[in-house]
Design a binder for this molecule. Structure first.
Ligand code: SF4
Ligand code: SF4
Length: 485
């Protein structure tokens, strides 16, 4: 392994590790486990309440916290910080415990070392959410959480490294793609120090000086070698590299959000984005999934589904929903992206096939998609932010410990009217972010014809932006809270 000595010292950035209190916390060896333990306790309470508590979704912590609070907090953390959910992920704790007793011996199969499996699981979760009305079922939500714990444990007990996070977990993939526009990144502080490094503990791990077979601190289990790591893709913010580096040369630093989307540098543990069609498709599913997921909550979807059921002459929801998913996640992107790429190619005179053009510009749509996810999920979070208080009070009464008093069912959240401008703000931020990435990709690949390359994609973004604004203006179901009643 050799490292380029020419890279500059990273300057003018804020490093969370240098801040008082927060820095000390992240440097603490057990900070991750501390956060995971808190979320594990919350997850256990949610599962128990989901299985044994009231089966009315707004009165149950399992469905309420999962579908209203967790998703909203997740996207806001990604927007203002980074992948802090993966950092505190409770699903990893049972696997950590299991690995104290048994060491995995198998390597993850080569043919599965990509994002195809996790893309399939991501679509499955989006589909199940609509088909089984997961937001309305505490019991099924509890089983979803249990399944998640079991899957993470099963995969990582048999397979080495962080196979579940890198190749299986659909939440992780959502976080990886979202964190490409986050303002913080775990990265090397001074590349010159890496150039003189002889141990590469950040990737290999730190060995016990008494017994060279013993690893006392793991290196990166996601195969991201710090000096060659580019951006947040695949980084779980697990802090292992920070604890492993003997030169204190890894920080949690600010950077230009989204800049990694137009970079085509070779990325450690990933390769070039240009060679990773699976990651491009993941980005597209992320973007069109945002539109689909928001569309699933507006009242017009029911009228459309009824019409489709009539045309298909069926009373079953499965073929109707399946068709809707196929149209919105496959047919619509193929038509829109194909037409845009074709127009761009004709106008610029580029001698390329359409597929590589689409795969390249897929990353330009990510900020817009993320803006829509944030607008959508923050709407549910903010309009129902206090709804957990009466549910906790009621749960305590149910178990015979009324220490928090009578449930205050009137507590809800911020009014819809106040949240709407915020939603528009998030969406606009994503739209302008996407325009910027589109311009930078055009400039990089078609410098002398960059405006001809840029304009067709900007038009596509404008169409998607208008569609998203229309969606936000539709009456939206207040899933999981009494506001929807
Ligand atoms: S262990 Fe530290 S100094 Fe060495 S290569 Fe990794 S980050 Fe750089
Ligand atoms: S060890 Fe790897 S996954 Fe963990 S924070 Fe460092 S680079 Fe990210």
């Amino acid at each position: 392994m050799s490292v380029n000595k020419e890279s500059a010292v990273i300057g003018d950035t804020i490093d969370l590790l240098d801040l008082p209190v927060i820095g000390a916390f992240f440097r603490w060896q057990h900070s991750r486990m501390f956060m995971q333990s808190i979320l594990l306790v919350v997850a256990i309470i949610m599962v128990l309440h989901g299985l044994f508590g009231p089966q009315l979704a707004p009165r149950n912590l399992s469905s309420l916290l999962t579908w209203v609070h967790y998703r909203g907090i997740l996207v806001i953390l990604l927007l203002v910080g980074g992948n802090f959910f993966c950092m505190a992920c409770p699903f990893m704790l049972p696997r950590e415990l299991a690995r104290k007793f048994t060491k995995p011996v198998k390597n993850w199969p080569t043919w599965l070392r990509n994002k195809w499996l996790s893309i399939g699981l991501f679509v499955t979760i989006l589909f199940s959410y609509e088909y089984f009305d997961l937001w309305g079922s505490p019991w099924w939500t509890a089983w979803l959480i249990i399944t998640y714990f079991a899957a993470a444990l099963l995969v990582d007990v048999f397979f080495k490294k962080a196979s579940f996070c890198k190749y299986v977990c659909p939440i992780g993939q959502f976080n990886f793609i979202s964190s490409t526009v986050s303002p913080f990144e775990i990265k090397v502080r001074d590349h010159a120090i890496c150039a003189d490094c002889e141990t590469y503990d950040c990737i290999k791990g730190t060995r016990d000086p008494e017994n060279q077979w013993d690893i006392v601190q793991r290196g990166c289990e996601l195969a991201l070698f710090q000096p060659r790591k580019v951006g947040n893709m695949d980084c779980t913010f697990c802090l292992d590299c920070i604890h492993a580096c003997p030169h204190d040369n890894v920080g949690i630093s600010t950077r230009s959000p989204g800049a990694e989307l137009w970079s085509d540098k070779r990325r450690s543990g990933i390769g070039r984005f240009a060679n990773r069609n699976d990651i491009s498709i993941l980005a597209l599913i992320f973007v069109f999934g945002a539109l689909l997921n928001a569309f699933g909550m507006v009242s017009s979807v029911y009228a459309l589904q009824n019409w489709m059921a009539g045309v298909m002459n069926t009373t079953s929801e499965l073929p109707v929903l399946g068709t809707l998913f196929f149209v919105m996640l496959v047919v619509e992107p193929i038509i829109l992206l194909g037409l845009t790429a074709f127009t761009m190619r004709t106008w610029t005179g580029a001698q390329e096939k359409l597929t590589p053009i689409v795969m390249r510009y897929a990353f330009a749509l990510v900020p817009f998609g993320f803006g829509l996810w944030v607008a959508h999920y923050s709407f549910h979070l903010l309009t129902g932010i206090w709804t957990f208080v009466p549910v906790v009070q009621s749960m305590m009464m149910d178990i015979g410990l009324p220490i928090f008093g009578e449930p205050m069912w009137r507590l809800t959240g911020i009014s819809v009217g106040l949240v709407y401008p915020l939603e528009l703000g998030f969406l606009s931020l994503g739209f302008f972010g996407s325009l910027l990435v589109t311009y930078r990709i055009s400039e990089k690949n078609y410098y002398d014809r960059r405006w001809k390359a840029f304009i067709p994609w900007a038009v596509l973004l404008l169409i998607l932006f208008c569609a998203a604004i229309w969606l936000l203006n539709q009456p939206m179901e207040m899933r999981g809270t009494f506001l929807g009643g």
